[in-house]
Design a protein around this ligand. Structure first.
Ligand SMILES: [Zn+2]
Length: 268
């Protein structure tokens, strides 16, 4: 199911993935000034293809290559004949058919291969220029897009929630902290997050996330100095066990938050 609404001249396409009445996830695509930002997942193609058929756009920019953002890119490439841009590090991922594990295929569908073009430092939509800001941490091909004049920021999956409790083993909290600091050095107000949607006080929310992650890093550092093991710290800091940990066979886990803070070098 998709819901379409507008905020600050941005068409927000909220994609809701459900199976047997159970909500598995929400992911947003956006259409602004003739540019699609992220395409939504393949499993929502029955809803998303009519949307793309009925709206005109000249280009697609992906905030990163993950399948919930790039799932409709192969269809758009075949049917709309518009360029699709991604950070240079994402091009080889986009060229592979379905380069992600089974549990993610079950949620987001099977994304076919497609040819993406490399993003530079800026990207031009119909009448606006967007700054492309490299913001790794969630994924190493992750970018954010900023329209300076209106203070609108598209932050892909860098924000998602104020209090991160589980991450994938490929993610890194110290790298995410650096990317958030980089974004906060720019002037902006609103945030368009691919999972939380439109956030009017985006800068304030992103600051709160930074505070949370910095405090958490401080606590982990202290416990580490006291000689606590990763399992002990995990029990202490994240007593709740989220279903995604079992579903992903540990690819998602609170433990990865702790280990990425303790040994940041291995992630950089
Ligand atoms: Zn992602």
């Amino acid at each position: 199911m998709i819901k379409v609404f507008s905020n600050e001249d941005v068409m927000c396409v909220e994609g809701i993935v459900e199976k047997s009445g159970l909500k598995l996830g929400t992911v947003y695509s956006f259409l602004v000034d003739g540019m699609v930002i992220d395409t939504g997942p393949q499993c929502l193609e029955t809803d998303l293809i009519p949307f793309y058929e009925n709206h005109s756009f000249e280009l697609v920019t992906l905030t990163h290559s993950h399948e919930d953002h790039s799932g409709l890119a192969p269809w758009i490439q075949e049917n709309k004949n518009v360029p699709i841009y991604v950070h240079p590090k994402g091009i080889s991922v986009c060229a592979k058919p379905c380069p992600y594990p089974k549990y993610r295929q079950m949620t987001w569908g099977v994304r076919k291969e497609f040819n993406a073009l490399p993003l530079g430092d800026v990207i031009q939509s119909d009448s606006l220029e967007w700054k492309v800001i490299y913001t790794p941490g969630h994924a190493d091909d992750h970018v954010s897009l900023l329209h300076k004049e209106t203070g609108r920021l598209f932050s892909g999956d860098l924000f998602v929630s104020k209090k991160t409790k589980v991450i994938m083993n490929s993610e890194s909290i110290p790298v995410i902290i650096n990317s958030i600091r980089k974004l906060l050095s720019y002037d902006f107000q609103s945030l368009f997050c691919c999972h939380a949607g439109y956030i009017q006080d985006g800068k304030g929310m992103l600051k709160q996330k930074l505070d949370y992650l910095e405090n958490l890093s401080g606590e982990v550092g202290k416990l580490h100095m006291e000689g606590r093991s990763i399992d002990e710290m995990n029990q202490l800091l994240f007593p709740k066990k989220y279903p995604i940990i079992a579903i992903s066979e540990g690819q998602w886990d609170s433990k990865h938050i702790i280990s990425s803070i303790i040994s940041p070098k291995s992630y950089l």
